[in-house]
Design a protein around this ligand. Structure first.
Ligand SMILES: C[S@@+](CC[C@H](N)C(=O)[O-])C[C@H]1O[C@@H](n2cnc3c(N)ncnc32)[C@H](O)[C@@H]1O
Length: 267
């Protein structure tokens, strides 16, 4: 697949259906490049929460080491299912779900050891109370217009006491240009402007959408979705990590947070 135009970047409203359609198309076109660019950093069977490189093996946000054995875990926006493969190695029973067929083809390229489901996070094709844990490393949540709908779906498929842990771009980043260098250090937009970031084609159709929520919005969304927030993790940039990933870099990472990880539980 190819694109013969340069999309226009703008801020404008984009609803659920338009956001979902744009995400599917964008990831179909860009999955190859994403995996080529970031596959080595992600590792085939590591669970990395974001560009800082925080690894679930050290973070233990899903539960203490050893506690995942035998648990049913749903990974949402799994991409090439690297996190699910790590979960399987811990003895969990993961299911990797993603909207993009091409991303899931990359999962198959790496291995056929994890069940894969092609579906939208807003309508999970599972029975109630099917999983003990749900997780998502930058999958789906930043791209949907109605995160509460996703959270309610996640709650529905989780068993009582289940954990839901997801990472997103840290909301403070929206006030700064998405640049890894010094130009990304000066506030250029209102943190409070929730208008989505949209790239659109010549006909005005969205081809990429990202939705901004403030920290307070995210907390309210978690609660409206039926969860308790038990931790909010802001990974610090570690000394060993010298890589740039889009607007994430050691320069910015040492000054402002780049990722927010919400650790939630349902009663
Ligand atoms: C930034 S990638 C993250 C992939 C993987 N978690 C990782 O860390 O590499 C975002 C993923 O979310 C998926 N995605 C976006 N919107 C989605 C939706 N509404 N439902 C399910 N998956 C979605 C995309 O297809 C893409 O694979």
């Amino acid at each position: 697949m190819f694109q013969d135009y340069e999309p226009e970047a703008t801020r404008r409203n984009a609803g659920d259906a338009e956001s979902s359609r744009a995400s599917r198309g964008w990831w179909e076109r860009n999955a190859d490049e994403y995996q080529t660019e970031h596959g080595a950093f992600l590792g085939d069977d590591r669970f990395v929460w974001g560009p800082e490189g925080l690894d679930e093996a050290e973070a233990g946000l899903l539960g203490p080491a050893g506690s995942l054995k035998g648990l049913d875990v749903l990974e949402i926006g799994a991409g090439a299912a690297q996190c699910s493969r790590w979960l399987a190695a811990q003895g969990a029973r993961p299911v990797a779900l993603d909207l993009s067929h091409r991303q899931l083809q990359h999962a198959l390229r790496i291995g056929d050891d994890v069940p894969l489901i092609e579906a939208d996070a807003g309508a999970l094709p599972f029975l109630d109370s099917s999983f003990d844990i749900a997780c998502s490393a930058y999958g789906a949540v930043p791209f949907v217009a109605d995160p509460v709908r996703v959270f309610r779906e996640v709650r529905r498929v989780l068993r009582p006491g289940g954990r839901w842990v997801f990472s997103v771009t840290h909301p403070i980043r929206w006030a700064f240009p998405d640049e890894p260098g010094p130009e990304g250090l000066s506030v250029s937009a209102s943190y409070f402007d929730r208008t989505p970031y949209v790239e659109q084609d010549e006909a005005g159709r969205a081809v990429y959408v990202e939705h901004h929520r403030t920290i307070g919005d995210r907390v309210r969304d978690v609660v409206a979705g039926g969860f308790r927030l038990v931790d909010l993790v802001e990974p610090e940039w570690p000394d060993w990590n010298s890589q740039e990933w889009g607007g994430w870099s050691p320069l910015r990472g040492n000054l402002i947070p780049g990722t927010a990880i919400f650790v939630c539980e349902r009663d």
